[in-house]
Write a protein that binds this ligand. Structure first.
Ligand SMILES: Cc1cc2nc3c(=O)[nH]c(=O)nc-3n(C[C@H](O)[C@H](O)[C@H](O)COP(=O)(O)OP(=O)(O)OC[C@H]3O[C@@H](n4cnc5c(N)ncnc54)[C@H](O)[C@@H]3O)c2cc1C
Length: 391
């Protein structure tokens, strides 16, 4: 049976979040960008609504929802405040990693605080010399007398300036290549951790920046899962975050289209509403069609994940096309709204800047196309070699 309908519970959740996004998020979306502040109280509000803990079990304060439900949250919050959707995406990704791989002690320490929105946790993989080629990270974690001594630099990290902790990746056995990478929870307050923000083009309230790790002594208990298995643990998580990012971007683009449709019905040119000109209505239709297709591919990927079926290539397809088509749609909306949309009076210029960030974050189009090529053409035809394993 093929069934594209959402359940009653999912529809209720969507309506509740759409109302919340319209009433409480949209009116202030540009405020945080203009002020350069992070609305931490909204992360708590998402905690109250059960959005932070969607992928966290009930026993740790979460709501243990499925991935489709999590996608609905990403799409609807994306309509109201694109940047706040980082909470949906990061908390789902990190909630799953901690829940699936960390010790009971770490679960009890972190999951309830992530669910409630009390604590913000980021994920730090990228380094100055290793982005797309994430296996090339150089940060090291050397085990000595019950602690891992961590040295390195993480760059481009979301919530770097506001995070209470980060899941960091470091080489515990450099000779094993990407199989020698381990994951740790690293509280931001530990001696030797220093976070510095960037002056970004968009996503301002997310506080992206670099994290410097100088002789940070991480107690052994902060290791997540098994030593040298960190890379495989997070790679599976990216299959979720990429689907959520697709919906986050599509949500922002649909909101822009809705606003633009209202505008072109009212705005007159040469004695007629703009909407009467096909040169205006057809671009709207083109973007609407593309976004609908990406949206359904995203929900299909989330459904596959809920069934425990393979979904890496679906996820990668949504990640490479979603942010791209969304920013193109928002750009078109900006033009159709005329010169006012070029001012900071309207949200469109900010949405455009914000969405472009996720054409890079969590893997560029090329990085995701590599995932699909590996699947449909074959890994033996990929352009890069993994370093030989010497042990
Ligand atoms: C808004 C935002 C949020 C982010 N948040 C996080 C975060 O929370 N945590 C984190 O760890 N990182 C984060 N990042 C970093 C992001 O994941 C990296 O920037 C991204 O993976 C690309 O790496 P890079 O910038 O080093 O580019 P590079 O890897 O140097 O790539 C540069 C260009 O070359 C292309 N390229 C590279 N290799 C190939 C190839 N083999 N074939 C074809 N093209 C190739 C890329 O697609 C890209 O266009 C974020 C970035 C942004 C912009």
């Amino acid at each position: 049976m093929l069934d594209f309908s959402f359940t009653e519970e999912q529809e209720y959740f969507r309506n509740m979040l759409r109302e919340f996004a319209k009433e409480e998020l949209l009116p202030n979306y540009t405020k945080w960008d203009r002020e350069g502040t992070m609305p931490k109280h909204l992360w708590k509000k998402l905690g109250d609504l059960g959005v932070n803990g969607l992928r966290i079990p009930v026993e740790y304060g979460g709501s243990e929802a499925d991935c489709v439900m999590t996608g609905i949250a990403a799409e609807e919050i994306g309509r109201g405040d694109f940047n706040l959707t980082y909470a949906v995406m990061l908390n789902s990704l990190i909630g799953e990693i901690i829940n699936n791989h960390a010790s009971e002690e770490l679960k009890q320490e972190w999951l309830p605080q992530i669910s409630s929105g009390e604590k913000i946790v980021g994920i730090a993989l990228t380094e100055p010399a290793a982005g797309t080629d994430a296996a090339g990270i150089q940060t090291t974690a050397v085990y000595k007398n019950g602690v891992y001594v961590v040295n390195g630099e993480k760059s481009g990290i979301s919530v770097a300036t506001i995070g209470d902790a980060f899941i960091i990746f470091a080489k515990t056995n450099p000779e094993l290549g990407n199989r020698g990478i381990s994951a740790f929870i690293c509280p931001a307050e530990l001696p030797g951790v220093e976070c510095k923000g960037y002056e970004d083009m968009g996503n301002i309230p997310i506080g992206r920046g670099s994290i410097y790790l100088n002789d940070v002594e991480l107690p052994e208990k902060y290791l997540i899962g098994l030593e040298n298995k960190g890379f495989s643990q997070v790679m599976n998580g990216f299959d979720l975050s990429r689907l959520l990012i697709g919906l986050q971007c599509v949500g922002a683009a649909f909101q822009s289209l809705d606003e633009t449709i209202e505008h072109v019905k009212v705005r007159q040119s040469f004695g007629k509403p703009l909407a009467k000109y096909q040169a205006v209505s057809f671009p709207i239709v083109t973007h609407y069609t593309q976004l609908e297709m990406i949206k359904w591919q995203a929900y299909r990927g989330l459904w596959l994940r809920d069934q425990g079926l393979k979904h890496s290539k679906e996820s990668a397809s949504v990640k490479w096309l979603g942010p791209k088509c969304s920013q193109e749609a928002i750009h078109e909306c900006l033009l159709l709204n005329g010169h006012y949309a070029y001012t900071k009076e309207m949200a469109l210029e900010q949405r455009l800047r914000d969405v472009i960030g996720l054409e890079i974050g969590d893997g560029t189009a090329q990085a995701n196309q590599m995932v699909i090529a590996n699947d449909i053409i074959g890994k033996e035809f990929r352009s890069y070699e993994r370093p030989a394993v010497t042990k």
